[in-house]
Design a protein around this ligand. Structure first.
Ligand code: NAD
Ligand code: TYD
Length: 348
């Protein structure tokens, strides 16, 4: 019997992880703890909210008492920790919030797990979900491996790097059974439209300009979110104690090429004349400290744990576009209210 705390399960990646665990493992008890910030959305989980093995708790990972009570009530033997502030641009305007949630919040979870489990670490697992951005920026060549030294540049990546260090410190100092994965950029259904792909889909749909930072030459590796969820399932169950696994799509795109491909797909889906969406591309002021290139070597995960991405980028992107066009209500809900203020400040 597994009793698992998933944090940040109402967010983009977390909701796919919660759905996978709740449906694939009916014997597991899954508790989803989420503060429901602007990025958390219970609509993401409406299809599974009544499953008997699932419970949602609205709360903050910074709330020590709540976390300890949840451990006591549910006798967790696993934690899958995704809750975080996750957007680089927001970290540039509000770095302290990133330090609080991403560093202190992770420490509170680690410390509670250590205290609650201290007499018996057998069959326990603390799984910390991290990002490839901790490794910094690559030039035209090179690839991040699990032993690439950390070199974060944004307050977001610095806060994630710091949390990774604390997770390892709890393993090395106290013997806490941990595992960490560092993944590249995710895309797919339910991503908040502050990130490049859903922002561009929403803008194209509404015939608004598509803001591209700098010259659009920055390179990211893109992975379909359900492939990330499948990797998390694999690593949670089969990863080795104390190890780190890189997760990536082997799928590098410059931002401008990616957006051009997306424009083609959108023209087709919206039955607009070819070339219509591309006219919306607008180059805007570059992001401060903008990392040039990320590329990830996920051969350790592929060779040792037998995971691989399930689909090609064009197919995944088309599925993603279809989801946003079909789920208009979801999109309209999340872009109302505060989103307008955010957009105005970020892109004015
Ligand atoms: P997201 O912003 O969509 O979701 C984050 C979730 O955490 C939200 O539901 C939010 O309400 C919740 N949350 C935030 N602060 C909280 C707090 N103090 N207490 C409880 N819940 C809180 O993020 P995402 O894109 O789904 O990313 C999830 C995790 O995966 C993050 O740790 C992120 O660093 C990591 N990651 C993301 C990507 C990516 O491309 N999105 C890639 C690699 C790693
Ligand atoms: P983003 O989706 O914010 O993810 P990350 O910063 O974590 O990689 O951005 C992906 C890339 O797209 C990144 O190089 C920044 C760029 N970008 C733009 O050019 N315009 C935008 O409006 C946004 C949000 C991102």
């Amino acid at each position: 019997m597994q009793s698992i705390l998933i944090t940040g399960g109402a967010g983009f990646i977390g909701s796919h992880v919660v759905r996978l665990f709740v449906t694939k493992y009916p014997d597991y008890k899954i508790v989803n703890l989420d503060k429901l910030t602007y990025a958390g959305n219970l609509q993401n989980l409406s299809d599974i909210e009544n499953q008997p093995n699932y419970k949602f708790v609205k709360g903050d990972i910074l709330d020590k008492e709540l976390i300890l009570n949840l451990f006591k009530e549910n006798n967790f033997n696993g934690v899958i920790h995704l809750a975080a502030e996750s957007h680089v641009d927001r970290s540039i305007t509000n770095p302290l919030e990133f330090a609080e949630t991403n560093i202190l919040g992770t420490m509170i979870l680690l410390n509670t797990a250590k205290e609650f489990w201290k007499n018996d670490f057998s069959n326990k697992r603390f799984y910390h979900i991290s990002t490839d951005e901790v490794y910094g920026s690559l030039g035209k060549d090179g690839i991040f491996t699990e032993s690439t030294p950390y070199s974060p540049h944004s307050p977001y990546s610095a806060s994630k790097a710091s949390s990774d260090h604390f997770v390892r410190a709890y393993h090395d100092t106290y013997g806490l059974p941990i595992v960490i994965s560092n993944c590249s950029n995710n895309y797919g259904a339910n991503q908040f439209p502050e990130k490049l792909i859903p922002l561009a889909i929403n803008n194209i749909k509404n015939s608004r300009t598509i803001p591209i930072y700098g010259k659009g030459e920055n390179v990211r590796d893109w992975l379909f979110v359900q492939d990330h969820a499948a990797a998390i399932d694999t690593i949670f169950h089969n990863g080795k104690n104390g190890e780190t696994y890189n997760i990536g799509g082997n799928n590098e795109w410059t931002n401008i090429d990616l957006i051009r491909l997306l424009c083609k797909i959108m023209d087709k889906k919206l039955e607009r004349e070819a070339g219509t969406s591309e006219k919306l591309i607008t180059f805007v002021k570059d992001r401060a400290g903008h990392d040039l290139r990320y590329a990830i070597d996920s051969s350790k995960l592929q060779n040792e744990l037998n995971w691989k991405p399930s689909l090609q980028f064009e197919e995944g992107l088309e599925k993603t576009v279809d989801w946003y066009l079909t789920n208009e209500k979801w999109l309209n809900n999340v872009v109302s209210g505060d989103y307008k203020n955010y957009y105005q400040k970020q892109y004015s």
